[in-house]
Ligand binder design. Sequence first.
Ligand code: GAP
Length: 520
Amino acid sequence: MAQEDVFKKIVSHCKEYGFVFPSSEIYDGLAAVYDYGQNGVELKNNIKQYWWQSMVLLHSNIVGLDAAIFMHPTTWKASGHVDAFNDPLIDNRDSKKRYRADVLIEDQIAKYEEKIQKEVAKARKRFGDSFDEEKYMETSERVKEAREKRDALHARYAEAMQGPDLEMLKQIIVDEEIIDPISGTKNWTDVRQFNLMFATEMGASADGAMKVYLRPETAQGIFVNYLNVQKTGRMKLPFGIAQIGKAFRNEIVARQFVFRMREFEQMEMQFFCQPGTEMKWFEYWKRVRRAWHEALGMGTENYRYHDHEKLAHYANAATDIEFKMPFGFKEVEGIHSRTDFDLAQHEKFSGKSIKYFDPEKNESYVPYDVETSIGVDRMFLSVLCHSYCEEQLENGESRVVLRLPEALAPVKCAVFPLDKKDGLPELAEQIVDELKFHFNTHYGDPKDSIGKRYRRQDAVGTPFCVTVDHETPKDHKVTLRYRDTMKQERVDISQLRSIIEDRVSITSVLKKLGEEIKKY
Ligand code: GAP
């Protein structure tokens, strides 16, 4: 099945099984805004809990924070967001649609790339086993032409994005004869800069109202609280502050479901250290964060680093952790060595000293910062994309199963009475009442067949199902069914907790991660 189709299926599965709904759907939704349903919120909370505990439980020198979404507007002057948090946009006069100029050009580069891949695939089919891809790439005239066009475009694009040079971006769109996919015309406006922050007003009277922004990243809440936390917590460098919270960006091109939204959630940690040690910590956090992803068991081959060649003016190193989504390797997390830029800017704009007195060096300085920043929603999407699986079974039936990492599954265990008779529902409820204090356990009403109930739990990724049958009142045993293998075994009711708890607890993943981190 084409990856595009797989992705469409994942999106509709999310809606059908209560993971993600379009926001305010009864009013036809709101572009690039989504709501998390009954299963989605559990999965999301588990991701957040795993992240939070990996930061503040596994690291004795990291503490948490929950800063407000609204911040003093000068914060965003100091951080550079008012002047530089822009995307270049362009409108098509016929369709009246707005696009990101850089995305239109990147799509054009991708078209050349696609052309090259198609030529290679055709040749592979033609030549069979004797096909030498490297040689073909060097000798095929059609491939050479497409590569030259792609490389030339890439070079012009990279040059135009320095600054950026808006006229040059427009010229590229004209020269490449890029058409609007809706109107089919090349009737473009000039390229303009568009600030991505949402603004609103605070205060009752029109005169006294103050323009405030919805934060576009959670990081600044940490920077402006650096001194509060350092002093009240008597923190010594190096130390970190972790925060989970909503962020808002008026994305021009919001696409790929929850991958790029206008309201999303970030999990960010700022690690403050002595100047000169930041590269050591940058390398440390690169490894620790990748280990965090890999401990979930979603395949090491599905992750890669993307080191940034072009760095933001405040950074001296940056990398992304990318995950293989159905639409290619995409950024899920960024690790940035931000130097002393943010704290120094807030020191300058607030006029207050944000220096750290180092008792060992007997001097004061502005600490350097290494940031780890991951989007909860992108993490959620990567987990779902990896877990979604359509299986053909031996008996000719098929099933859709979410092979979620067990510790992240919304429901860990579902308990079913085989039917309504002989006190089976009451017995099943008793088992739920015992297990629910240890992990998320659901009762499954006997109105559907047992097979249907298993399929429904497979579709939401429940790792364990327990069936109470007519033998249970006599022998106190139940049938335990495993999601991934569909293996069933008869176990004593008293064993259920110990069999399931360890496998579904976030603690067991954290222990694995803790062992890995000790090596770094
Ligand atoms: N404080 C640094 C920062 O915000 P970023 O690369 O702009 O850096 C960090 O964002 C992470 O936030 C990204 O790796 C991504 O996971 C998530 N993210 C950013 N924009 C997003 C959007 N529009 N929708 C969903 N997630 C987003």
